[in-house]
Design a protein around this ligand. Structure first.
Ligand code: F6P
Length: 338
């Protein structure tokens, strides 16, 4: 088993469930790889037993560590990974991660490795599952923050621009914005026009509001030609390292409207700490289902939540297309602005 990509609350709950059922019910020997795919490439393992995983249900992060290593990136890494899996006599590999980690799992399946994916990401952007674990906790943290930010914004008649994670999908921004009563929500799916954002704020403030909250996903982009775009570094999977949209929007709003503006970047705060009860339960159910799939001899599948059922879906379908926020969900939120 391994945990890859950005960490997220609930990873340890999955690990615990896999070990409990794997060892306790099926009598399997469970091995953990340290730091995602890096541990497979470098053969860094840890024995995962019921005794070694006691008490981790409510602890954030991952006891295995994580990384964004891509074993298909550097020459020799794939061969090293396959060697490790053979040497460690791995029958099935439970990979807990988002699109990148599970994309690698799907590619490894083509190399004959029996991979079971578990959908993790606070961004909630994996297809075929209603929700990924970690998302609920991130939304809860963000909406708690918005509650606090409302009172200080109101005291000072300010506009607060709050940046949340969400690289390609605006699920956190949308749900936190809905739960926390945001007045503007900016998501990566729809390029924004800063002029229109300012107009929305002016309209509110001329109809009785003295303060506003703008929630911006880190991946929100200005409509072409309306504001300068920034160059950013790429990680091993070719994704840009984001962060900073709030600090770019804030001075624009201040200079165009004359309102006093402050920014808050919630960033990694959304990934830290203890998972909500919802995420603990979902992560636990995913872990139990993943070990069942491994025991059944299944492979190249991901466990997923569909309705109230945990089902297995082909990994190819889960990682093929990102699950982004549809326009109609944004339209629901827009009714509440103003
Ligand atoms: O795991 C997803 C995510 O939290 C994105 O929302 C964010 O853009 C990215 O990870 C940040 O990654 P890192 O912790 O590597 O900077």
């Amino acid at each position: 088993m391994l945990t890859g990509g950005g960490d997220c609350p609930g990873l340890n709950a999955v690990i615990r469930a896999v070990v409990r059922k794997g060892e306790g019910t099926y009598g399997h020997h469970i091995v953990g790889f340290r730091h995602g795919w890096r541990g497979v490439v470098e053969d860094e393992t840890v024995d995962l037993t019921i005794a070694a995983t006691r008490g981790i249900l409510r602890i954030g992060g991952t006891i295995l560590g994580s990384s964004r290593t891509n074993p298909f990136k550097r020459e020799g890494d794939l061969a090293a990974a396959l060697r490790t899996l053979e040497q460690e006599r791995i029958d099935a590999l439970v990979a807990i991660g988002g699109e990148d980690t599970l994309g690698v799992a799907h590619q490894l399946a083509a190399e004959g490795v029996r991979c079971i994916g578990v959908p993790k990401t606070i961004d909630n952007d994996l297809s075929c599952t209603d929700v990924t674990f970690g998302f609920n906790t991130a939304v809860q943290i963000a909406s708690d923050a918005l509650d606090r930010l409302h009172t200080t914004a109101e005291s000072h008649d300010r506009v607060l621009v709050v940046e949340v994670m969400g690289r390609h999908a605006g699920w956190i921004a949308l749900h936190a914005g809905l739960a926390g009563g945001a007045d503007v929500i900016l998501v990566p799916e729809v390029a924004f026009d800063i002029g229109e954002v300012c107009e929305q704020l002016r309209h509110r403030h001329s109809h009785g509001a003295a303060s506003s909250i703008v929630v911006a996903a880190e991946g929100a982009q200005p409509r072409e030609g309306t504001m300068a775009t920034l160059e950013a570094d790429l990680d091993e999977f070719g994704h840009v390292r984001l962060g900073g949209i709030a600090n770019r929007i804030a001075p624009e709003i201040e200079s165009r409207t004359g309102f006093e503006v402050r920014t808050v970047v919630l960033g990694h705060l959304l990934r830290g700490g203890t998972p909500t009860a919802f995420d603990r339960i979902l992560a636990t159910r995913f872990g139990l289902a993943a070990v069942d799939a491994a025991h059944d001899g299944d492979g190249d599948v991901m466990v997923a939540l569909q309705g109230t059922d945990i089902v297995r879906v082909p990994l190819a379908d889960a990682v093929g297309v990102l699950k982004t926020v549809p326009r109609e969900r944004l339209a629901e939120a827009e009714v509440l602005f103003g």
